[in-house]
Design a protein around this ligand. Structure first.
Ligand code: AMP
Length: 495
């Protein structure tokens, strides 16, 4: 059970069909598979063996995929790294994983060279200077389902990044569950604008497409106008984005004349961060499509999804557990909450990772009797087949004067005000209340409003303990590469 082997078998079925069109260059399934084989041979020539870690830090390019599947195909472990990581971060990832090989570019390497050159057991390879051997050579696929395929470092919005060790079985199970949930077929055409160093772009989008024998049009960068134009001109059927991407697509819509004819489109999918109800309804009003929201994380792949039937998609809800995934909502004592109450989301299933790399204590803390504690807070609606709603991260829960405040609830109220573009609620230390509710707000262009009016707006709609005691205006909220608001950075900014 090797994921790369599975993709190779699919490639053998689709041979001349375009698998990936990267910025205009077409790679058929045969081309793709051959390249993966060649890169696998290149890796074995470098002495890379089963279980070795290979870190790949590259800008988005087709070789990221060749390397990735080549690493998996020889049973080695891939470490996809964000090209934006700073030298200290790269050193941490390379040493924490004791990587044998670091594949990068000369340009990226020049930034980290002084920090990594002392790592004596590490080989460095520059992507642009690699010519994969063209000879057909047999590659051994001696990998079991429980072997680790990837180590993905969590985005670490709090504390030190942990390496989530994900097995071949985890990836295959999740890909199959998503295939069924989103009714993937070989007639699909996916427009791919996501980064390739994160599970969203690499596993959910790329794997989903290759596993279906579908075609993927890949852009290096996301540009809203180009997305709208391409969806139409290339008859795309699937698009995946994070909420920030959808917001920019919504903003661009006004500039489009004529409006895009999306007759071929099947589904727009969103995840990695909460989609606001405004985004959901506005997108539907403009395009006629209800965005399908799903919920996942690095450690588990995808957990839950709205249904492929549009009438079963609900704003603010992440839907229902995927096939093979079990969900519990648990209180602080580790017991299941009463129906429809908020608690921590716990997950069990073949999608759940094997543990944090070299961190047995962190792994032990993260699991209870085989259930993974996600750290996300949510509830299930008993009147709608236990549909799942998320209300925020457990670590972001604010306890003020003994009352629980879920940031998302307050953010939704603030964002319903006409002047507010976006908001983030954080808890700051307070002598009287333990923590106080504080809002950081980015206003829409040209808007000007006093904090008092916004606080009054909240008071009309929320219990007073939930209302912000203080409001800070910012031009932009700090976000990571996947569009997730970095509340730890925000707290430092406003403290
Ligand atoms: P990452 O490991 O970087 O993919 O982040 C995973 C976290 O993103 C989850 O634990 C959630 O907190 C958040 N997340 C992912 N999808 C959603 C969603 N649809 N709505 C709200 N939060 C989400």
């Amino acid at each position: 059970m090797n994921l790369a082997r599975l993709i190779s078998e699919i490639a053998a079925k689709y041979t001349d069909k375009p698998a990936i069109i990267f910025e205009g260059t077409t790679w058929t399934y045969r081309d793709f598979d051959r390249q993966v084989q060649h890169y696998a041979v290149a890796l074995t020539h470098l002495g890379i063996k089963k279980g070795d870690r290979v870190a790949v830090q590259l800008p988005k390019c087709i070789e990221v995929l060749f390397w990735h599947f080549a690493i998996l195909s020889i049973g080695a472990i891939a470490l996809p790294l964000n090209p934006d990581y700073r030298p200290e971060e790269i050193v941490y990832f390379l040493t924490d994983s004791s990587s044998s090989l670091f594949i990068t570019t000369r340009h990226l390497y020049s930034k980290v060279q002084s920090a990594v050159q002392h790592l004596s057991d590490l080989q460095i390879l520059f992507n642009e200077e690699t010519t994969a051997p063209q000879a057909e050579e047999f590659t051994e696929y001696a990998t079991g389902g429980d072997d680790i395929a990837m180590i993905c470092y969590t985005s670490g919005t709090t504390g030190r990044s942990k390496g989530a060790a994900i097995s071949h079985r985890n990836l295959i199970a999740n890909t199959q569950a998503l295939h069924q949930a989103w009714a993937w077929s070989d007639r699909d055409i996916l427009l791919h604008v996501l980064p390739l160093f994160h599970v969203h772009g690499l596993n959910v989008a790329t794997l989903g497409c290759l596993h279906a024998g579908a075609t993927m049009i890949m852009f290096e960068k996301f540009e809203p106008r180009r997305v709208w134009e391409t969806l139409v001109s290339k008859h795309c059927t699937i698009f995946m984005g994070v909420p920030t991407i959808y917001q920019r697509l919504i903003n661009e819509w006004a500039n489009l004349e004529p409006k895009p004819d999306l007759a071929q489109m099947r589904v727009f999918i969103s995840g990695s961060a909460p989609l606001s109800d405004q985004q959901f309804y506005q997108f539907e009003k403009l395009t006629g499509f209800r965005i399908l929201e799903r919920y996942g994380m690095t450690e588990t792949g995808m957990n839950a999804s709205n249904l492929i039937t549009p009438e079963h998609r609900q704003a603010k809800s992440v839907g229902f557990p995927l096939s093979g995934v079990e969900i519990r909502i648990v209180n602080a004592d580790g017991h299941d909450v009463d129906v429809s109450q908020v608690g921590e989301v716990w997950i069990r299933g073949a999608n759940v990772f094997q543990g944090y790399w070299q961190m047995p204590e962190k792994t032990a803390e993260a699991f209870v009797d085989g259930w993974f504690r996600t750290g996300d807070l949510g509830f299930q609606d008993a009147n709608d087949n236990n549909r799942l709603y998320l209300v925020g991260r457990a670590k972001e829960l604010i306890i003020t004067g003994g009352f629980n405040v879920y940031p998302k609830e307050v953010e939704n109220v603030l964002e319903s005000h006409e002047s507010v573009k976006e908001s983030a609620i954080i808890g700051l230390p307070d002598q009287d209340f333990g923590e106080k509710v504080v809002a950081a707000i980015a206003l829409k262009d040209g808007m000007n409003i006093s904090p008092e009016i916004l606080i009054e707006h909240c008071k009309g709609r929320l219990a007073s303990y939930k209302c912000p005691k203080q409001i800070f205006f910012v031009t932009e909220l700090p976000r990571n590469a996947m569009g997730k608001i970095q509340k730890n950075i925000l707290a430092q900014q406003v403290l």
